[in-house]
Ligand binder design. Sequence first.
Ligand code: GAL
Length: 498
Amino acid sequence: MAPNVGTAQAQAVLSATAILRPNIETSCLQLPILQAAACLLEKLTMKMISLFFLLLSAFSPSPSTALVRPLDVGRLPALGWNSWNAFNCDINETKFLVAANKLVELGLKDVGYSYVNIDDCWQVKDKRNETTGRMIPDPDKFPDGIKGTADKIHALGLKIGIYSSAGTKTCAGYVASIGNELIDATTFADWEIDYLKYDNCNVPAEWADECDACVPDSWASHYRPIKNGTCTDKTGLCPAGYDFHKSNTAERFRIMGDALKKQNRTILYSLCEWGEANPQQWGNDTAASWRMSGDITSNWPRIVEILNENSFYLNYADFWGHPDPDMLEVGNGDLTPAETRSHFALWAAMKSPLLIGTALDTLSDANVAILKNKYLLAFNQDAVFGKPAMPYKWGTNPDWTFNATWPAEFWAGDSQAGVLVLLFNPGGETVEKFANFTEIPGVKGGEMYEVVDIWTDTKLGCFGGGVVANVGSHDTAGFLLKKGCGWKGGKRPSRFWS
Ligand code: GAL
């Protein structure tokens, strides 16, 4: 188990759900007597550990209070498109206009994708305007300036985002904002920017933190090796219970947040400090979302690694605050259809910001359909239920196992439409998975549910007891359980998904 506070809190909440679930021991009683005793003892021990973490979380340093902004900006995870995963620094206005027009043409705007976000490399690399002190848009890439591009994107009914860093330079080495937060925030507001992604590169020495958090992520060498969610060899870690609100990192990001708040325009604020100073403690106070890991790539093991990490932060996701497992790789690299389904379904279910990161003019119809999945988008954007789906059982691994290659497999979350259940298969073979109604939070073991397959948009009928699915390698079966199915005429668990 990862010992950091965030993990412990997430564990506590999930464990509390487990503690309250009735009949959890009935499976033990079906075993021979000695095994039944061992099984009961093990479950009792797990409950004691859960209670310990529940109590621990009650005494953790000041919990976050969400940042509430006008016009509901940041209340729900952001939906849109960002240039980085598709183009890195190779950007210009045309690429943003192609993306914006494609969002409209492909119907992605109609289902909610609204931000068109410029990532790194948009500005003149190494100087500000000598008179105004403002950043200068690269005139070759943006001949009409960022304001010109913003006008064209707004004319399509979309919003525009921009990027800077809480350091002297961005990660690609372009002019950044530390020390110039107010002037930059004012400039962005004047350009009618709607979203700021704020990165963490090139931090001056005087802003270094006094100690570090552990990010259980292979991305940065100084955290490795990671063992069971801990940074075993890392020195300089902050002591247990350290309040990261007082870290220099939190302060650097607050300064820009405060500068944005002074503008007469509401700009969604998105933190990109890779989880380095425990943003689970202060991210929700400061911004609408906060990256919790290093960068995603279009490589399946990397996606799985980030999924595993983020599954331990989900207690921090709710209206106005969202852990961000990074932008989508749908359409990139050699992800298979199954991997693409799993990536999108789990990102949506975790209430992550969903920023498409691929060239939309070459995206396949199949991938467009995944990005437009109405059940997953409705869950992600639910205006009444802010909490994400969470693992209700790990599956192959014991519950609460931190495993970068084999994350939790059984997920569920409540929504206006019903309970969303995802059965994820991290393995290399097709497996049969059983979603047992007695195990799913918010679902009653003795009742019947109408089951809808979220991928085929098919009503499968009334099910009692549970549903069984054949799930291919790296794929995710997904269904909605809706109340209101009569018992009479209902089916018993049966195979429905393959
Ligand atoms: C990284 C960030 C990426 C991208 C890149 C630009 O720090 O995590 O998402 O913005 O910088 O240089």
